[in-house]
Design a binder for this molecule. Structure first.
Ligand SMILES: Cc1cc2nc3c(=O)[nH]c(=O)nc-3n(C[C@H](O)[C@H](O)[C@H](O)COP(=O)(O)OP(=O)(O)OC[C@H]3O[C@@H](n4cnc5c(N)ncnc54)[C@H](O)[C@@H]3O)c2cc1C
Length: 323
C-alpha cells in the first residue's frame, strides 16, 4: 500500500510547494503505515531526485513520454492515473497549487473517486478525517473521506518543507504511460521568463502596496524599501485593477499566496480576499492612515500614518544604520 505524492518542477527545478506536500505526505504515510513515494513527470525531472529522497521519498517514479516534456493537465492527469493503477497505490496527493489541484481533479475524475482539496490536517484510518480550507481560506471545514483510492491536496503553506531526519532510499522506477493524442489537448507552446531570481511566492520580505499608494509612480518608494531589504513588491487587487502593477504582483485569493518572514502592507485595508494570500506571513507590519483598518487589527505591528512619509523614513533609517 502506498501514497503517491505528485512533485511539480520546471525542467528539474522543484517547486517548493511540492516539497511541502512531500513533507506532509511523509508524515501521513508514517501514521497510515504505508510507503511514501514521489512522482515526477516530464523533461529534466531526474535533476530533482536527490532532493526528493532527502525529503523522504522511499521510491521515485520518473514518468517520461514525448507528450510530457512540459506541463499539460490532461497528459499529467492521465499519467498519474495510470501510475496509480499500475502501482496499486491507495492514496495520491499533491500540493494545492493551481496545477496540483488541476491534475488531481483529472485523476479523481478518471478514477471515479472523490477529491478533497486543500487539506491542512489529515488523520488516517479506515475512514480518513481531515480539515480543509474552503472559501479562499476564510472557512476551515472538518470532513471525512471514505474511498477506495484517496485523492487529496494539501493547502499551500500548511506545513514547512523539511528534509527527513534520515534521507530515504529514493530508488528510481521509470514509467512510460500510454498516451494518445487526446492527452495533448492542452500543451505549453511557448515558455516566457517573467521573473528571475527571487519571486513573490518565495521572497523572505514582501513590501505590499494598496490603493493608498495612490498611483503607479507612488510604488517607487515601495521599490526602494524592498530593494533595501532584499525583498520584492506585492500589491492588492485595487492596484492591479487600476493598472498600476501587473497581476503577477497581486497578493490574495486571486493572486499569489505569500509566506515571507515579514510582510509590510502599506495602504492596504486587509479585505478577506487579500488577507487569505497574506496570512501565512510570519510577521506583518501594517502602515495605514486608518487605525481601524482590518490589516491594522490583524498585523503584529502597525504604524498609523501616511505611507508616503513612513515608507521613505524606514528606508532612510535602514541606510543610516548601515552607514
Ligand atoms: C472574488 C474576489 C476576489 C478578490 N481577490 C483579491 C485578491 O486576490 N487580492 C486582493 O488584494 N483583493 C482581492 N479582491 C478585492 C478585495 O475585496 C478588496 O477590494 C481589495 O483588496 C482592496 O484593496 P486595497 O486594500 O488596496 O484598497 P482599499 O480597500 O480601498 O484600502 C485602501 C487602504 O489604504 C489606506 N490609505 C489610504 N491612503 C493612505 C496613505 N496615504 N497612507 C497609508 N494608508 C492609506 C486606507 O485607510 C485603506 O485602509 C477580491 C475581491 C473579490 C470579490
Amino acid at each position: 500500500m502506498s501514497l503517491l505524492v505528485l512533485c511539480d518542477h520546471d525542467r528539474g527545478t522543484l517547486d517548493e510547494a511540492s516539497l511541502e506536500a512531500l513533507t506532509f505526505g511523509r508524515d501521513l504515510a508514517g501514521k497510515a503505515e504505508i510507503t511514501c513515494e514521489a512522482v515526477v513527470i516530464g523533461a529534466g525531472a531526474d535533476a530533482a531526485l536527490d532532493s526528493l529522497a532527502a525529503h523522504g521519498a522511499e521510491q521515485v517514479h520518473l514518468a517520461g513520454h514525448d507528450l510530457l516534456t512540459d506541463y499539460g493537465p490532461e497528459a499529467w492527469g492521465e499519467t498519474l492515473t495510470q501510475l496509480v493503477r499500475s502501482t496499486g497505490a491507495t492514496a495520491v496527493m499533491a500540493c494545492g497549487t493551481d496545477r496540483g489541484n488541476e491534475v488531481l481533479a483529472h485523476v479523481a475524475a478518471r478514477l471515479d473517486e472523490p477529491f478533497v482539496a486543500n487539506c491542512t490536517d489529515i488523520t488516517p484510518g479506515d475512514v480518513w478525517t481531515m480539515t480543509r480550507v474552503q472559501w479562499g481560506g476564510s472557512l476551515l471545514e472538518d470532513t471525512t473521506l471514505d474511498a477506495g483510492i484517496r485523492v487529496v491536496s494539501v493547502t499551500h503553506h500548511a506545513v514547512e518543507a523539511t528534509p527527513a531526519d534520515r534521507p530515504a532510499e529514493g530508488s528510481v522506477v521509470l514509467f512510460t504511460p500510454d498516451l494518445g493524442a487526446e492527452a495533448a489537448r492542452t500543451v505549453v507552446r511557448d515558455r516566457v521568463v517573467l521573473t528571475q531570481g527571487i519571486t513573490l511566492a518565495t521572497s523572505p520580505v514582501v513590501v505590499g502596496g494598496g490603493r493608498g499608494v495612490g498611483s503607479e509612480d507612488g510604488f517607487a518608494q515601495l521599490e526602494d524599501l524592498a530593494g533595501a531589504l532584499g525583498g520584492v513588491v506585492g500589491c492588492s487587487r485595487a492596484v492591479t485593477n487600476n493598472g498600476w502593477r501587473p497581476h503577477s504582483d497581486q497578493v490574495g485569493q486571486t493572486g499569489t499566496r505569500i509566506a515571507p518572514d515579514i510582510y509590510i502592507a502599506a495602504g492596504i485595508s486587509g479585505a478577506i480576499q487579500h488577507w487569505v494570500g497574506a496570512m501565512a506571513a510570519k510577521n506583518i507590519l501594517a502602515v495605514n492612515t486608518d487605525g481601524e483598518a482590518n490589516m491594522v487589527a490583524k498585523a503584529g505591528y502597525a504604524v498609523i500614518g501616511d505611507l508616503h512619509k513612513v515608507i521613505p523614513a524606514i528606508t532612510e533609517e535602514i541606510a543610516r544604520r548601515r552607514g
